[in-house]
Ligand binder design. Structure first.
Ligand code: ADP
Ligand code: ZN
Ligand code: ZN
Length: 754
């Protein structure tokens, strides 16, 4: 008999592993099988490739075949391979992340493995049994039931549910028949009924009926934008829609989605994590109803598995609304991918591997499978904008807000000047507090943005300059008034606020800076009548609390909403009249080449929440750098001006889009050792890549949870093969991992770091 082998992907960082398989009935690629790694754990692995190339080492046979048919489609396998290659990780890394946890059991023993195995939910069905194949059988059965009226009634009831003869092939859930367990058991004993279990998931979706959904009628400008997008799709797979905040991009998507569904194709609609839980999903559900499949990190393991299996069994016509992980779902007959807020950083996974960018995967996927890809944003990423301008993507602009909405008037307040003139109270310049006063008096709402949570971001001794730091990370501790604790935002460490300086004994170290908790308190002090709420990671600890804060504000039950980045995305509050950005300098001074672009995007998005329905919106930006170009560009909504400034800077240094980056990160508990290892690796990289290598240097936060970090940056200019550079780097990393000492250092690559 022919000897066959299978390369099997297992959810660990190594592999694939080769096992021997039964040649008479080999499992097809994509099938899940049980395998044991060495003498270690048992996993569900995925058959990747079946072949007859006997490896040099002895192979073990695979265990039982676990899935009926493939658990991965050929397209998913293709995507996994691309992700592993492009983002420099293993297929096992991809599997670990991409496959819902409940679908990949593992265990130390057979028992443990079996306990971990997913069992789809089932319901019990009833149908006529062997004794009742036709009318004659039915009559005979009923004759036999003359003395059991209850049983006869049930048989009649079942029969009446169908059109005559169809009853003999019909079935229905036991629950719908309304019958006691006892009666049912009797009927089953006699062979009149048979009872069986059926999985609840995997059912076909009802075909989409365009007449049954009501889409908003588009304005002329929206109609032109939609036509524009469709025209461009005739020539290009990917189109960038640059539409200002409040222009009604969502309504345009709805029309596009309906078209795809009507053609029986599926749509993947991606959005940043935080926007998911909000109003937006409700808006989509209001139009497309139960068909909408939602996929995000707050779903339980079981739900994720069910969504996955349902899509695996489906033939198309699905609408999946999800976050970055949803690109790994089975996407039957994919017609369109929408990447909403495509500039958003949360599309890029930083940790763990695969460190992929879901937006870029979407672009790759749709070109590969001839689907369309719509990238949309009010503030597109510079990379996407350059691709659109260069003709790689189609490009459509939508410059006006829907209806009466106008972009808000933006006032810049010079905080230093306000301070000198005595026009700053708490952390509010007069320009902002005056407007807050007026807005609240008019019965409208205010939103305040501060990108720090907690009360005071650092605690400092006024005498010796001592600052409270996390003992495990290289960051300052933030004081949280609620709970009266000093908290590390990197590792979660919590300690007490010292009464005296531990260095010099001076009493009461000073609270410096201000976070959202302090802002909330200040607003209440300044406007005692106002109802204030706060949205940040501390207050929105659960989905329920998050939704309550948002919906209370949307209904006008609160007047002022204070928040972090969380308030910037996807919201539509009709009564919001004023937006305040309390400290723009926090955003501008970040040491990263994308800081200005990010600051522009964040500020434009926050500002864009105001005056969306009535045009009376205003925004105040407090800053110590009123002449900073980015501040000016936000004020005048000068997106292209921002892009030009940034491109000029980036071209000098060869940053994206003029080149591509890979960060190599090293991690170890010993700071000296990790630095030595980093120097060794950087020297090796310099031999290969010359002055394209920068570092090693410590990242902004160099120590997290007692682990010390070093980074090496590799810049590959456009026109050079990025793929070839990666291969060279991988070869070098293999020597590093084989080094007698340095192999103890954990090292990984981040391709296209954000
Ligand atoms: P964007 O996503 O571009 O910021 P939205 O899609 O949230 O904008 O639209 C802003 C507001 O205008 C929403 O309240 C939306 O319901 C409303 N709107 C936009 N277009 C229409 C339309 N064609 N008909 C009715 N309402 C619309
Ligand atoms: Zn001191
Ligand atoms: Zn810490």
């Amino acid at each position: 008999m022919e000897e066959l082998f299978a390369d099997i992907v297992v959810p660990v960082s190594r592999g694939p592993f080769t096992f021997s398989i039964d040649g008479s009935d080999p499992p097809s690629p994509g099938t899940g099988v049980e395998v044991r790694l060495g003498r270690g754990r048992i996993y569900m692995g995925i058959v990747w490739r079946v072949h007859d190339e006997r490896p040099a080492f002895p192979t073990k046979p695979v265990g039982r075949v676990m899935t009926q048919g493939a658990i991965l489609t050929p397209r998913q396998m293709e995507l996994w391979e691309w992700v592993a290659r492009y983002y420099m990780c293993t297929l096992g890394d991809v599997m670990r992340f991409a496959m819902p946890a409940a679908l990949k059991p593992s265990g130390r023993s057979e028992d443990e493995f079996a306990r971990d195995e997913y069992r789809p939910a089932t319901i019990r069905y009833v149908a006529f049994g062997d004794a009742v194949p036709d009318c004659a059988g039915l009559n005979a059965a009923l004759d036999g039931l003359k003395r059991s009226r209850a049983q006869a009634a049930v048989v009649h009831r079942f029969f009446a549910r169908f059109e005559g003869e169809e009853a003999f092939a019909g079935e229905m859930p036991v629950a719908e028949l309304g019958v006691s367990a006892q009666v049912l058991a009797r009927l089953a004993e006699k062979g009149i009924f048979k009872i069986y279990e059926k999985e609840t998931v995997g059912g076909a979706v009802v075909p989409f009926d365009p007449a049954a959904v009501s889409l908003a009628e588009l304005s002329d400008a929206q109609r032109r934008a939609l036509d524009g997008v469709n025209e461009q799709f005739a020539e290009r797979g990917c189109v960038l829609l640059h539409g200002v905040t409040g222009s009604g991009k969502t309504e345009i998507y709805m029309h596009m989605i309906a078209d795809e569904l009507a053609g029986g194709r599926s749509v993947l609609y991606m959005m940043p994590e935080i926007a998911m839980t909000s109003q937006l999903v409700e808006r989509i559900r209001a139009v497309f109803g139960e068909r909408v499949v939602v996929y995000h990190s707050k779903l339980g393991d079981r739900m994720r598995a069910e969504v996955y299996r349902r899509l695996l069994a489906s033939e198309g016509g699905e609408l999946i609304v999800g976050v970055r992980s949803s690109i790994f779902l089975p996407l039957p007959r994919l017609g369109l991918v929408i990447v909403d807020e495509e500039h958003d950083q949360s599309y890029k996974q930083a940790e763990p591997a695969p460190r992929y960018n879901a937006r870029d995967c979407a672009v790759w996927m749709s070109s590969r499978w001839e689907a369309h890809c719509l990238l949309a944003s009010a503030t597109p990423s510079i990379e996407s904008y350059v691709n659109a301008r260069g003709g790689k993507y189609g490009f459509v602009r939508l410059d006006e807000r829907y209806g009466e909405g106008r972009l808000p008037a933006v006032v810049i307040s010079d905080s230093l000047r306000a301070l000198k003139r005595g026009e700053r109270k708490f952390h509010f310049d007069k320009a902002l507090s005056d407007r807050m006063c007026r807005t609240l008096a008019e019965g409208r709402q205010v939103m305040l943005f501060q990108n720090r949570r907690g009360f005071a971001p650092w605690i400092e001794c006024s005498q010796c300059g001592w600052v409270a730091r996390c003992p495990r990370c290289s960051v300052t501790l933030t004081y949280h008034k609620k709970g009266d604790r000093l908290v590390c935002h990197m590792c979660g460490y919590a300690g007490r606020l010292p009464l005296v300086c531990p260095e010099c004994g001076t009493p009461a170290p000073a609270m410096k800076g201000f976070g959202t908790e302090k802002v909330e308190e200040d607003v209440s002090a300044m406007f005692p009548e106002a109802r204030v709420s706060r949205l940040d990671r501390d207050t929105a600890s659960s989905l329920g609390r998050y939704e309550r804060i948002v919906s209370e504000f949307a209904r006008g039950e609160t007047d002022v909403l204070v928040g972090t980045q969380m308030i910037t995305k996807g919201f539509d509050f009709p009564r919001l009249g004023l937006v305040g950005i309390l400290n723009a300098d926090n955003l501008l001074n970040y040491p990263d080449f994308r800081a200005s672009e990010r600051a522009f995007q964040t500020m434009t998005q926050v500002v864009g929440r105001a005056g969306r329905s009535d045009g009376g919106g205003q925004a105040v930006i407090q800053t110590m750098q009123p002449d900073h170009p980015v501040i000016r560009q936000v004020q005048t909504a000068d997106y292209t001006g921002m892009v030009d400034t940034q491109l000029a800077e980036r071209s000098v240094f060869g940053y994206p889009p003029y080149g591509k980056l890979i960060t190599v990160t090293l991690r170890h508990r010993d700071p000296v050792f990790v630095e030595q290892a980093a120097s060794w690796l950087a020297a090796g990289m310099r031999r290969m890549f010359g002055d394209r290598v920068y570092g090693p240097h410590t990242p902004v936060v160099e120590k997290i949870g007692d682990e010390n970090y070093f980074e090496i940056l590799l810049k590959i200019e456009n026109g050079r093969s990025f793929a070839a550079a990666k291969e060279t780097l991988i070869a070098l990393l293999e020597t590093f991992s084989a080094h007698k000492e340095y192999r103890k250092v954990f090292v990984y690559c981040d391709v296209d770091p954000q």
